[in-house]
Design a protein around this ligand. Sequence first.
Ligand SMILES: Nc1ncnc2c1ncn2[C@@H]1O[C@H](COP(=O)(O)OP(=O)(O)OP(=O)(O)O)[C@@H](O)[C@H]1O
Length: 625
Amino acid sequence: MDNYWKRFINGESVESEVSPTIYRSWQRSIEYQVDHTLISHQDILSTPRLSERREAQDTLIRASEPVLPYIFSLLGNTNYTVLLGDNDGYIIEAVGDGPFMSKAQKVNLSPGASWREEIRGTNAIGTALRDNAPMSVFGWEHFVHDNQFLACWAAPIQSSQGIPLGVLDISGEANPDRQKILNIAMMGASMIEKNLRLFELENQLRFYQEGSKLASSLLQQGFLAIDQNGVITNINSYGAGLLGRRQEDIIGRLAGEVFSTPKGWMLNGHSLNLHLKDSSGKEITSHLNQVVNEAGQSLGAVGTLQISKKAPLSNITWIGTSQLSQRTLARASKIASTHSSVLIHGESGTGKEIISHTIHQLSSRSEGPFVALNCASLPASLIESELFGYVEGAFTGARRGGKPGKFELANKGTIFLDEIGDMPLNVQVALLRVLQEKEVSRIGDTKSIKIDVRVIAATHKDLNALVAAEKFRLDLYYRLKVVTLELPPLRERSEDILDFVPYFIDKTCKSLDLPPLGVQEEVYTHLLSHNWPGNVRELENCIEGMVGLAEGPLLTIADLPDEILQNLGESESSASTEPLLNQHTKQAILYALTQTKGKIAPASKLLGIGRNTLYRKIKELDIKF
Ligand SMILES: Nc1ncnc2c1ncn2[C@@H]1O[C@H](COP(=O)(O)OP(=O)(O)OP(=O)(O)O)[C@@H](O)[C@H]1O
């Protein structure tokens, strides 16, 4: 029979004797000038190049991992090898052992070699990829003479759009059962395709899940998602803040455990308004839309969440999903349910005022006033009259009719005394009296007024040290620090930067009436490496400045303020001995790890590389996280 091949090589017409697919492939082999007398040693990858190719084909390899040994086991004897080729015809995986493997290696039928038709002429891998169809190539049908001891069956592995992504090949020595083994090869390819589809679906699902989490975290209102079993699958940080709890304490719990839900509410209809109560009795309104499948069955419900009261939480939002931030918020909401005085400590700009306001709004006093006074911003002589008020004629310059003090104004609500460490000693005495007696007298007045006010004091100073230096009264210190709250500096919760940046951009764009702006990824890397001595306020000012100066739809490195760029310059020059590519790789990996809170699997997905590659790069580049 190899006469046909010989006759073809000698230029005789054998078209009517040979299968059309093989004949056309022979003709192409001639066009490609493949030498039929020689085994080609061209296009064989070195070990590092093969590793790179395998990394690039990580998904295909993972999808094939369980399939190749299974197909090999179906073949029943070891005189075969099962191969995986990529879409360029390079063999990237091989399963098999025994004598056939060493014969196959002699003709380069092993990992690293390309079996494209252009290099090796007619062969199952190359021709199946070229025709995008299953193919068996036996003995003399191979274009190169030395390959004619082979019997090969190959089936392309296709994407859902039918594009060839690779090829599964079974090779052995001549075997008469052509169709049976081709069927096995086709079954293997289809199993790999199914696995690939599964990965795609998993990625899509992850995209929808992560995308909806991200989108909901940007919402300036409560967002809630509940699945068909009544399990809360998502609540954004705003929603969790409304309930005074942490997201992780709510997600995964049954809605019925978190709210008092009416029986059978999930089956009731397509959209519904629920008036719920959380476990502390706070009234919550939720407008939920049911999500249904094609058969109209409920898959769950998604919707908004608001506290039911006349004065809704409109302009206070606690941003920050880092563990530290969420812990702070959880502690604040616990504090809100008590009636004690609170002492907040934290560096300037860490959010002491905003958390005080949040405590007020989450407390039973939320419908009363929230009045703030910064003790450092007023001359000592004025603090007393600001706090306690005065009557007409109390002192020269006193206003006609007198003036109520902040304590009176805060009646039934909360007073926030910022920078309490700067309060003059004589005012401290008066404040202590007000706290003990729960009544206040205006300056120049003999009568006192009953007041019901919760005091939240804050400082960035060490009050213990001020007490030791006799600049702060010990009795007042004890009176204030019944409950304490520590606000961590931003550099200790830098993941929050990823929440703050879009929030402040949105806030600034809205206030300047600008269209929404995006952020170039590298900007985050630089913001994450700055240490923010001015904390959230500094970040807010930085973003405001960047938005004001931005020229396109994206904030870029060029918009970063000088001090952050200088920082960048320092870190680049200190790493100047490191190749540029490594520096960028490091930054990308650190960014991905920060986004995924140090989790390797999601970080490798985000970077589009395999887990093992990520581990290796972390080790190679000595990345600490
Ligand atoms: N978690 C947060 N969510 C939203 N905004 C925040 C948060 N933390 C701080 N901010 C914003 O940062 C700025 C500074 O916050 P705030 O005034 O509460 O800090 P502070 O600790 O009281 O500062 P200082 O001690 O200097 O008075 C404010 O504009 C505030 O809105």
